[in-house]
Structure formats: structure tokens, C-alpha cells
Design a protein around this ligand. Structure first.
Ligand SMILES: [Zn+2]
Length: 317
């Protein structure tokens, strides 16, 4: 039941997105964050930080490939500067032609039913290099907007965009009230459907001073994903470029390198044998990022940014 207690959850170090080696540090740091940001024990929502100390992340320094053909047309427009947004964003029609006829798996992180079923989401499941918890509850904004609701909304918008362009979209969950699936099952959905590409959508729960997005790609760790390391790296670069251009959200200032974060501890990535990345769309504990994440217009832009990246990858594949 400790999954339902914010303090107990954090101090237990149970976090789908944090490497085991960091748990001691993160438990203390995240506990401090939760205490400051939301009040430990105030609510029934478990904290779920996805960030890791920059000192241990192994991000890639490979250069970005040439501008993808599916990149949106360049018509920058001024944006407010009060949040984490950069000065300009790219708008105009998306070129999603390359997704037509492709199987694309969209994985909205967490599930709002997870809160009520710790006995399910705390069970150990395979994660490619061992076992870890089935899932977590996810984070939330200080205003109480759950990550699970956010990811499901962005995923639904993304699915509509891709289906509109002729893609065969499969979601790993089709509502925001049930439980799971577990991270290994989420990977299996992409594998079993022989997806051309798969993407997990999340938002982070890092300290409030951290802002921006980052894209996680699998590290080569002797897991099934070893077979698609190169493809997933290219996918990560293209999703990063498109997302940044379309949303105006800068790369994370607290983790990764230029928006790319290579991870060895993500079961949903390690177990994938199809090209797959996980995007942390922003930090829900940062006021500027949260303002965008709670805004439907911005969530649509996030979906467009991800769609553009998937299309660019498929155009080049
Ligand atoms: Zn998450």
C-alpha cells in the first residue's frame, strides 16, 4: 500500500525511470522535491520522478542527421516568453506521408487506474536485464494534473494525426482508468505487432528548476533492444528535432545532452525489438512546462512534434 503514499513511494525508490544505482540518491532528492512541491503525505498520489543525475547518463554525441523531409514548413511565429518556450515555433502543415500503411505503436505512459492497484503495478516483471516493477503511477503538476492523463491525451492526439495520414495505429492502452499494462507488456505490443516504429509518451517529475524535454533511447546492454540500437538512435534524433521545432520547448536543462538521454534501465525500451524511443515531454514540476502541459493547444503541438519525428524516421528508413 505504500505506493499510495507519496513519502513511502519515493523513499522506497520504486521508479520505472530511475536506474537502480541511483535509487539511494534519488530517494532522498525526490523526497525533498515532493516535500517542497506537493507536501509529503498530503494526497493519495505517489510521486514518480523520471530524472536521473546527469553525471551517470550516457547520452550520445552523434550529430543530428540532415533535416528530414517530413519536417514541418518553416513559418516561425512569436511565442510568449513567460514559460519554458523558446522564442519561435514552427507551424504550418505537417508532412506525414511516410506513415501511410505503417504499423505504429503509441505507448501512453502509466494509467490512472494504477493508483488504486499497487498490488498489480508493484509486482516484478522482466525488463531485459533483470526485473523491475510492473509500472508506477506517474507524476503530476503542482496543480494536480496527472501524468497518466497527460500522456493519454497527447497519445490520443498523436493517434488521430497518424490515422488521418493512413497509419495503422495501435495504443498500448485505450483508456485512462484501467491498470497497466506492465512495461514488459507495453514492449511486447510493439514487438508482437511488428511495429515499424514505437514511441512511449511521458512527462517528468524533476525538481522545479529543471525544464525542457528529452528523448530516451535504449543503451546497448545485452537486452533484446541491442538489435535496434542504431535505429532507435536515429529515431530519437528526429523526434527531438521535430518536437523542439514544433513546440518551441527547449531541450532539458537538467538531464541528457541536447535533448537525448541514453538509458539502460528502461524495461519498455530494453525489451523492444522494433525502433522505439521514450519522450519526456516536459517537467510537470516546472511552472513553465506545466503551463504548456495543461494547455490543450500546446498538447496538440506536442503531438504534432512527435508525429513529425516519426514520419521523418519512416521517410528515411
Ligand atoms: Zn512517466
Amino acid at each position: 500500500m505504500k505506493r499510495l503514499n507519496a513519502c513511502g513511494d519515493v523513499s522506497s525508490g520504486r521508479d520505472d525511470h530511475v536506474s537502480a544505482g541511483l535509487r539511494t540518491v534519488l530517494a532522498a532528492a525526490a523526497l525533498a522535491v515532493v516535500t517542497l512541491a506537493s507536501g509529503c503525505g498530503r494526497g493519495a498520489v505517489a510521486a514518480d520522478t523520471h530524472w536521473a543525475a546527469p553525471a551517470v547518463e550516457a547520452s550520445s554525441s552523434s550529430p543530428s542527421p540532415a533535416a528530414p523531409s517530413a519536417a514541418p514548413s518553416p513559418s516561425p511565429s512569436a511565442r510568449p516568453s513567460a514559460s519554458a518556450k523558446s522564442a519561435t515555433v514552427v507551424s504550418g502543415p505537417l508532412n506525414l506521408a511516410a506513415v501511410a500503411g505503417k504499423v505504429i505503436v503509441i505507448d501512453p505512459g502509466h494509467n490512472d487506474g494504477n493508483f488504486a492497484h499497487p498490488e498489480i503495478i508493484n509486482k516484478q516483471v522482466p525488463m531485459g536485464t533483470g526485473t523491475k516493477e510492473c509500472d508506477t503511477t506517474g507524476t503530476q503538476t503542482n496543480g494536480g494534473y496527472h501524468e497518466a492523463a497527460f500522456t493519454f491525451d497527447v497519445a490520443t492526439r498523436l493517434a488521430a494525426l497518424l490515422r488521418g495520414a493512413g497509419a495503422n495505429v495501435i495504443m498500448t492502452r485505450n483508456d485512462d482508468s484501467s491498470v497497466g499494462p506492465c512495461v514488459n507488456e507495453r514492449a511486447a505490443i510493439g514487438n508482437d505487432n511488428h511495429a515499424a516504429v514505437a514511441v512511449s509518451i511521458h512527462a517528468d517529475g524533476a525538481p522545479a528548476t529543471g525544464h525542457g524535454f528529452h528523448v530516451m533511447e535504449p543503451a546497448k546492454v545485452g537486452a533484446p533492444s541491442d538489435a535496434i540500437i542504431t535505429q532507435s538512435h536515429q529515431l530519437a534524433l528526429l523526434v527531438r528535432d521535430s518536437y523542439r521545432a514544433r513546440t518551441g520547448i527547449p531541450a532539458s536543462n537538467y538531464i541528457g545532452k541536447d535533448g537525448i538521454n541514453t538509458r539502460s534501465d528502461m524495461g519498455g525500451l530494453n525489451l523492444s525489438v522494433v525502433p522505439k524511443v521514450l519522450i519526456e515531454c516536459g517537467n510537470m514540476r516546472n511552472a513553465g512546462d506545466a503551463a504548456m502541459e495543461t494547455n490543450a493547444t500546446d498538447r496538440q503541438r506536442m503531438a504534432e512534434g512527435i508525429a513529425g519525428g516519426l514520419a521523418a524516421y519512416l521517410a528515411a528508413a
